[in-house]
Write a protein that binds this ligand. Structure first.
Ligand SMILES: Nc1ncnc2c1ncn2[C@@H]1O[C@H](COP(=O)(O)OP(=O)(O)OP(=O)(O)O)[C@@H](O)[C@H]1O
Ligand SMILES: [Mg+2]
Length: 264
């Protein structure tokens, strides 16, 4: 297997605070890889560096052999990295379908003039985006809700819509930031099956941040654990689960380390 994503000694500092330090990971093509750790460990900061939201203070990011360190979010997205957000970001007044089409928009092969004049090329492009968005909605199980405004969706469905929108950019690497946050047990089971299908049927490599240990352990092939910005363990779920440093980090963090507070 070849590494799709490699990071070397990534660090992110905010003034005097080091949010992430010496972050090294290597994610293989087709892997389902977990990133866990107590609240404030630096997980979302890693995503923000990988997707160009933050420029790393140190280190290097290499995507399929090509450095992407410091590139703008749109350039990184165009190279095949897509994400969902810990706090859901949808266009509430747009329809479910339009939200997915908005995700695909940046890959459109049309220019402004085509759009203004609504040329044949523009209409064909829009039609093909619509069809692709419908296929993605069917894939995540929201096909029958395509015409509703996004605000009308139940919470668990909003999370799935975010995933469909992230898929619309046709990523090679999909970064999911706590997709199960706020979901009930049944919704989490569905989510887990969906993530597996994204990898198995669409062949997309997955990097998953998730606080629900059962979900992460049942889904991921390898897991890297952060605590206070440092990697304390990386390995198979069974290894991670009984690692002393990991147990210590979660016990030290207390309940707040395992519970999600940011979303509700
Ligand atoms: N833009 C920023 N400016 C200053 N500090 C930041 C910024 N972003 C993150 N931090 C800090 O970096 C640390 C890591 O935050 P991060 O959001 O990456 O943690 P996390 O592991 O995603 O936590 P959670 O599980 O609560 O989502 C925290 O101390 C946070 O306050
Ligand atoms: Mg976070």
């Amino acid at each position: 297997m070849t590494a799709l994503l490699e990071t070397r000694d990534l660090a992110m500092r905010f003034g005097g605070l080091t949010a992430v330090e010496k972050f090294c990971c290597s994610i293989e093509k087709g892997e389902l890889f977990g990133l866990i750790g107590p609240n404030g460990a630096g997980k979302t900061t890693v995503f923000n560096m990988l997707t160009g939201v933050y420029k790393p203070s140190e280190g290097e990011i290499v995507l399929d052999g090509t450095p992407t360190t410091g590139l703008a979010p749109a350039d990184i997205s165009a190279r095949g990295v897509s994400r969902t957000f810990q706090n859901i970001r949808l266009f509430d007044e747009l329809s479910v379908l339009e939200n997915v089409m908005a995700g695909a928009h940046q890959h459109a092969k049309i220019n402004l003039l085509d759009a203004l004049l609504r040329t044949g090329r523009y209409r064909r492009e829009e039609e093909s985006q619509r069809e692709q968005a419908m296929r993605l909605l069917d894939f995540v199980g929201l096909g029958d809700r395509a015409g509703l405004p996004a605000r009308a969706l139940a919470y668990g469905h909003r999370r799935k819509l975010e995933i469909a929108r992230a898929l619309a950019t046709q990523p090679r690497l999909l970064c999911l930031d706590e997709p199960g946050a706020g979901m009930n047990h049944a919704e989490k089971l569905e989510l887990s099956a969906l993530i597996r299908r994204i990898r198995d049927e669409l062949g997309i490599t997955i990097l998953l941040i998730e606080h629900d240990m059962k979900l992460v352990m049942g889904l991921c092939e390898r897991i890297q654990v952060l605590d206070h910005g440092q990697t304390i363990c990386c390995g198979a779920p069974a290894e991670v689960q009984c690692n002393d440093a990991v147990i210590e980090a979660y016990l030290g963090a207390g309940e707040s380390g395992r519970k999600k507070t940011a979303d509700h």
